[in-house]
Design a protein around this ligand. Structure first.
Ligand code: ZN
Ligand code: ZN
Length: 346
């Protein structure tokens, strides 16, 4: 089968590999019908994910059809259309039982697919702990509608869940990339008084204005003043920082009102400076981390009810055998790309 592979630092290549086999009773083999490319794939390519293993098939955003299951898997059956969770988790350890599945203590726990074990930019993928990692897609939800459930949408959902948003709040979301927009969609479900999106790119500002006209939009340079003018208590009640650029960590806490929750979703390239004397007396609550991706069934149900729609994010489509071109466009942010859907097979 075709498998897009992390060959070495800076180099991915479409290789011919053997189809994956069941290794454990809790595994499933999924035929990938639709996949996508994530910024984290680029982080692997450029060496900022040191635990990524050369030789692995990349890709951790996908949906597909169950081809085969191990004897211990009963929640899904061959022929089921499923989402695949970015995270592998056992469902039984201390962290899993508390919903902190990102910190599952299994050796393959956390983000393993397409990083430490073979992922889904391929024709087939082996999913460990398939009972946890796969969710059946409702019949009236398309592959494209379900494509982001296991990764970027799960991230937006989790970030919103931990941010304790109420209907009186002014919520600031910094960054309107794919994860930022998924976060926006989930924040909108909480019906806060105002949502402000801060974004630098003119293309992405246009996208937000076109699709979500009730959302206020500002650029980073004006963000502090804009939030001050458009909030009730001297800053945002909740800030979600999804951009991860040089200035945005500081921007996040500066735009927060005293006692606000500041949720850091972004993955930074460099350490960030936490100037405690400057923020003394502001009494902020910081929440940080990587997604606990255990809400996929609930997210699929919201999609089924028409309450979340991420299909406008898919701006490009390519077959797997043209994935190099898809990467070129995604990596260089050409043609107004937001997300690319990669169709399975050749
Ligand atoms: Zn990702
Ligand atoms: Zn676990």
């Amino acid at each position: 089968m075709l498998a897009y592979t992390y060959v070495e630092h800076g180099k991915f290549e479409l290789l011919e590999k053997l189809r994956p086999q069941i290794k454990d009773a809790r595994d499933a083999i999924v035929r990938v019908t639709l996949g996508s490319i994530c910024t984290s794939d680029l982080h692997i390519k450029h060496g900022s994910v040191p635990r990524a293993v050369p030789g692995i098939t990349v890709g951790h955003e996908m949906v597909g059809i169950v081809e085969e299951v191990g004897s211990g898997v009963i929640s899904v059956r061959p022929g089921d259309r499923v989402t695949v969770n970015v995270e592998t988790f056992c469902g039984e350890c201390f962290f899993c039982r508390h919903g902190y599945v990102n910190n599952c203590t299994d050796p393959d726990g956390g983000w393993a697919l397409g990083c430490r074990i073979d992922g889904g930019q391929a024709e087939y993928v082996r999913v460990p702990y398939a009972e946890q990692g796969l969710n059946r897609i409702p019949d009236n939800v398309s592959d494209e509608q379900a494509l982001f459930v296991g990764d970027v949408l799960a991230t937006g959902f989790w970030a919103t869940r931990i941010s304790e948003i109420s209907e009186d709040d002014t919520v600031l979301i910094i960054g309107a990339g794919p994860t930022g927009i998924c976060t926006l969609l989930c924040v909108m479900l909480k019906k806060p008084r105002r949502i402000i999106v801060c974004e630098r790119s003119a293309e992405r500002i246009r996208f937000v204005r076109e699709h979500y006209p009730d959302v206020l939009v500002t650029e980073p340079e004006n963000c502090r003043d804009f939030v001050l003018c458009n909030s009730d208590h001297g800053g945002a009640d909740v800030v979600l920082e999804v951009a991860g650029s040089e200035e945005t960590f500081r921007l996040a806490w500066e735009c927060a009102r005293p006692n606000a929750i500041v949720t850091i979703v972004a993955l930074y390239d460099k350490p960030q400076f936490l100037p405690l004397p400057d923020m003394y007396g502001k009494n902020l609550i910081f929440k940080t981390g990587g997604v606990d991706g255990c809400d996929c069934a609930e997210i699929l149900s919201l999609i089924e009810q028409g309450r979340i729609d991420t299909t406008p994010l898919i701006t490009h489509r390519f077959p797997l055998n043209e994935i190099e071109e898809a990467y070129r466009i995604f990596e260089n942010k050409l043609e107004g790309v937001i997300k690319i859907a990669i169709t399975g097979g050749r």
